[in-house]
Design a protein around this ligand. Structure first.
Ligand SMILES: Nc1ncnc2c1ncn2[C@@H]1O[C@H](COP(=O)(O)OP(=O)(O)OP(=O)(O)O)[C@@H](O)[C@H]1O
Ligand SMILES: [Mg+2]
Length: 265
């Protein structure tokens, strides 16, 4: 039984796109517990001594608590909630970057994850090498990626920097290249964690046009954003996460309104 508020999701928003009833992602009674040190230990030596003495104190943190969620093919699902609510943690489960501590995560189809800044790219590799590495992770051969390469770099407008190590990139540059790779490969499920916000205006326009295109082609999209306009204009359904739990879900306008009321009482 779910205890959170459920609003009727509008099955047919503005542009007439409509999710199917085929479930492609299912989370069943999912819990994620992180263990983190509860105090700062200055050096590795000190850490080793404390560890041998059995004095390293770990704090357990419940990032997700008993989350149940089903996502349908063709659905654009938005996640909103305060900093630290557990949104990125949930997306990492779907991207299979993280395993749940308890419960089950089931995903059908090829997932292209655009996780938070920094995830997905290796800082010491060049942009070019990262494009090929990402392609390999998504299941493409070197030749297949070779065919896509020029188009990806064109879209990201990154020719001047493509052979520099990724650690020298600005956050917008990481986001551009990551978005260009993930969306060129036409995934079944696209995961976009807040990354669009760091692109400049021109790139934001370009990337939202591409997302719209995906949407029309029936891809499933999970998107996290603190920009409620983006969420409301793109999503069929919105899930509000609060302290690791789903607080409400359903119609975007209604869920956003309730979230705002909660934030500014
Ligand atoms: N690797 C980790 N080790 C310990 N705690 C973590 C780890 N990753 C996340 N957390 C904690 O889990 C909680 C949920 O984090 P998460 O990144 O999912 O939040 P979020 O909703 O994406 O927030 P934001 O809006 O700031 O991106 C936070 O309290 C965070 O401190
Ligand atoms: Mg996050």
């Amino acid at each position: 039984m779910s205890l959170h508020t459920v609003y009727n999701a509008s099955p047919n928003i503005n542009d007439g796109t409509k999710p199917s009833r085929e479930c492609v992602i299912r989370l069943e009674n999912v819990w994620v517990t992180y263990r983190a040190p509860s105090e700062r230990i200055g050096s590795f030596k000190e850490y080793a001594i404390r560890w041998m003495q059995g004095k390293v104190k770990n704090r357990e943190f419940q990032a997700l608590e008993n989350v149940n969620l089903e996502v349908y093919r063709g659905e654009v699902l938005g996640f909103i909630g305060h900093n630290g609510a557990g949104k990125s943690t949930l997306l990492k489960l779907v991207a299979r970057v993280l395993k749940p501590t308890r419960g089950r995560v089931w995903v059908k189809g090829r997932v292209a994850p655009l996780l938070e800044f920094g995830a997905g790219f290796h800082p010491e590799l060049t942009g070019r090498e990262n494009v090929f590495l990402n392609g390999a992770i998504l299941g493409f051969t070197r030749d297949e990626m070779g065919e896509k390469f020029d188009r990806i770099v064109d879209f990201a407008e990154m020719w001047d920097f493509i052979d520099a190590p990724a650690r020298t990139y600005s956050s917008g540059m990481w986001a551009r290249l990551g978005f260009a790779v993930a969306t060129d490969v036409e995934p079944d499920i696209l995961i976009v964690d807040e990354i669009l916000a760091v692109g400049d205006e021109a790139f934001q326009r370009k990337s939202s046009a591409r997302m719209q295109g995906f949407r029309e082609k029936g891809a499933t999209i999970l998107i996290v954003s603190h920009n409620m306009d983006v969420i409301e204009s793109l999503c069929h359904r919105v899930v509000w996460i609060d302290h690791g739990q789903i607080k409400a879900q359903g119609d975007p306008a209604e869920v956003i309104q309730e979230y705002r009321r909660h934030q500014n009482p």
